[in-house]
Write a protein that binds this ligand. Structure first.
Ligand code: PMV
Length: 328
């Protein structure tokens, strides 16, 4: 009898919460190959992280965002204006009016809000998914991805779309921004999951600013960039094969090569170089910056729990935060 009453109660409760609160999720990501190069239509490889941002949406008197995500100190404050801009793009893309349909949006989850984790894209995908449920819009993943892309424009100016694709679809993806048509998003399957360490410089970089600096440098040095782009293309094509074959030694070497090219386009910094050096000295098979650069995260390839722990500890002992996770 008690069991029957409990089931009825839970059903009523779930109906009640469904009517009043909707939940959506977006994955964090790590770019393995191709940050910045993807902006120019070259392919990139990214993996979703197990960590997510969760958005809860419920009707309210006025529209507001309560941001409870864990963060690198100062990140949320620095991004507040961009978040407001991003929300405007999201409302528009979803055909909703926040004045007429006010909601409270609460962000949470275990994805650290910081540069390099795809935090902005994860929040855009989570918000789009939750609003989709709340207003019964029936959008599919393709459409959610487009909305998340619109939201990303509030943060990035001209995002490639790699972050929102990872945030929406998850998994390991081959991404190519097509400059005059829909982007190519292919799912890759790695031979087996590979342990990685992400080291956080603690610095927050402004993606739009760094992307604009690269564009300027390219304009000033067209020949050099042409050569860098062509070297990068070889790296990423080989990396795809190495990932699918599970050739960790080669993946590591190619990550190092990718990082050298990123240095040449001017997006590394002393803090990233320091973390990369520590990782390599402690046995990482390869290491590079990931995401925007000039701060944010670096990623080290550390197959096996033992090597992962060794590299993670070394970075922690130097006073930096790390994330132990895996790709593929
Ligand atoms: O810093 P993140 O993780 O948001 O990555 C930015 C990646 C860039 O290639 C620099 C920009 C983009 O839109 O792809």
């Amino acid at each position: 009898m008690v069991k029957i009453i409990t089931v009825i109660f839970l059903n009523i409760l779930s109906k009640f919460t469904q009517d009043f609160m909707a939940i959506g999720e977006g994955f964090g990501k790590v770019i393995l190959f191709g940050e910045h190069f993807v902006v120019y239509g070259l392919p990139g490889i990214a993996s979703a992280l197990g960590n997510k941002t969760i958005a809860e949406v419920e009707p309210a008197e006025k529209t507001e965002i309560i941001d409870n995500r864990p963060e690198t100190p100062g990140y949320k404050e620095k991004k507040k204006e961009q978040q407001e801009k991003s929300m405007k793009f999201i409302w528009k893309a979803m055909g909703l009016d926040p004045e007429k349909n006010p909601v409270k949006i609460t962000l949470s989850g275990d994805l650290l809000a910081t540069s390099g984790t795809g935090a902005s894209a994860a929040s855009c995908a989570a918000i789009a998914r939750a609003l989709n449920v709340q207003f019964n819009l029936g959008f599919d993943d393709e459409k959610i991805n487009q909305i998340a892309y619109e939201g990303e424009r509030g943060y990035h100016g001209t995002p490639s779309g790699i972050d929102n694709s990872c945030a929406t679809f998850g998994g390991l993806i081959w991404f190519k921004k097509n400059l005059d048509g829909p982007n190519t998003i292919e799912r890759l399957s790695a031979e087996r999951p590979i342990e990685i360490v992400e080291g956080n410089t603690g610095l927050t970089a402004d993606t739009a600013e760094v992307v604009a600096d690269v564009a300027k440098k390219r304009e000033e040095n067209p020949e050099e960039f042409k050569q860098i782009f062509s070297e990068y293309e070889k790296v990423v094509n080989e990396a795809r094969n190495a990932l699918e074959a599970g050739d960790v030694e080669r993946i590591g070497q190619l990550m190092d090569k990718n990082h050298e090219l990123l240095k040449r386009i001017g997006v590394s910094c002393d803090e990233l170089e320091n973390l990369i050096r520590i990782a390599k000295e402690n046995g990482a098979l390869g290491a590079k910056l990931t995401g925007t650069g000039r701060g944010g995260y670096m990623i080290a390839l550390t197959p096996g729990k033992e090597l992962q722990e060794k590299v993670a500890k070394a970075i922690e002992n130097a006073g930096f935060m790390v994330l132990r996770t895996s790709i593929g």
